[in-house]
Design a protein around this ligand. Structure first.
Ligand SMILES: Cc1ncc(COP(=O)(O)O)c(C=O)c1O
Length: 263
């Protein structure tokens, strides 16, 4: 691909994605070095043969990695394995998937490690943080539409896992709803026709009622790009809460948007 398109892009700084065959991810679906992964070049000889065409390389080898020691040892491995290549590059991107904003993450050690790499090979090091940046920044705010009972109380909200927080279904993880304390237990469920459209089971300190607000955490990033028109449910409006508490509506959707998105 690089050779095929090189003439068209040669005036630009070109980087190559490399698959170092080491990675960290708790989800096979998101593991960049999973078996048979198509993400990145593996064959070192072929990288050496085109080294003059590129100025940098990208190693995206983590997903939600909150384990600094693991990151550090994988980086050492990459530095050793790709020494000859790194010595010839101007820049290296370590991709995303490093959870350096997590509470108690040893950020100082992390920066030190990155500086070491930068100095050792005289390269500019880039990171591409996605989730590390948006975690704890964005909530899906919705209202309870109905409460039904099937052995357990079930509050149905004006939102849907499948339409609005698809990652929960894909990775089979419950939504984060806090503080999740109290003696009243409810399933919080979506309003689509999908039987498994369930955000999770949570505890509340008072009985829930129709019209109450439910706030679902971590609805930034992948949630926003994956929302869809399943069941014709309206997409959530996007609003920004400013530091002074005021809320600015950035975007809202309507029936016309839905129609325009159908074939
Ligand atoms: C090349 C690349 N960079 C950055 C990211 C962002 O990752 P994350 O949101 O896990 O930090 C991804 C996600 O898959 C990616 O593929």
């Amino acid at each position: 691909q690089l050779k095929r398109f090189y003439k068209k892009v040669k005036s630009l700084k070109i980087g190559l994605r490399i698959n170092p065959k080491v990675s960290y991810s708790n989800y096979d679906l998101a593991d960049p070095a999973r078996k048979f992964s198509r993400l990145g070049v593996i064959d070192k000889k072929s990288i050496s043969s085109i080294i003059d065409l590129i100025s940098g390389a990208m190693f995206h080898f983590n997903c939600e990695n909150d384990n600094f020691l693991n990151f550090s040892s994988n980086l050492d491995y990459i530095s050793n394995q790709y020494k000859d290549i790194l010595e010839k590059l101007e820049w290296v991107s370590l991709g995303g998937g490093i959870y350096f904003t997590k509470e108690n993450y040893p950020v100082d050690d992390f920066w030190k490690k990155i500086k070491e790499l930068s100095k050792k090979f005289n390269v500019q090091v880039y990171l591409e943080p996605g989730e590390a940046v948006i975690t704890n920044t964005t909530e899906l705010v919705t209202k309870i539409l109905d409460i039904v009972h099937n052995e357990i109380d079930i509050a149905i909200v004006d939102a849907s896992t499948e339409a609005h927080m698809l990652d929960l279904l894909i990775y089979r993880t419950p939504a984060k709803i806090y503080p999740n304390k109290g003696k009243y237990k409810y399933i919080i469920a979506g309003r689509s026709c999908l039987a498994g459209d369930v955000f999770g089971i949570y505890n509340f300190d008072k009985k829930l009622k129709v019209g109450m607000t439910i706030r679902i955490q971590d609805a930034g990033g992948y949630t926003i790009v994956k929302k869809n028109w399943f069941n014709g449910l309206n997409m959530p409006s996007i609003a920004v809460k400013k530091l002074d508490g005021t809320i600015k509506l950035i975007k809202s959707f309507n029936y016309k948007d839905y129609l325009n998105n159908l074939s």
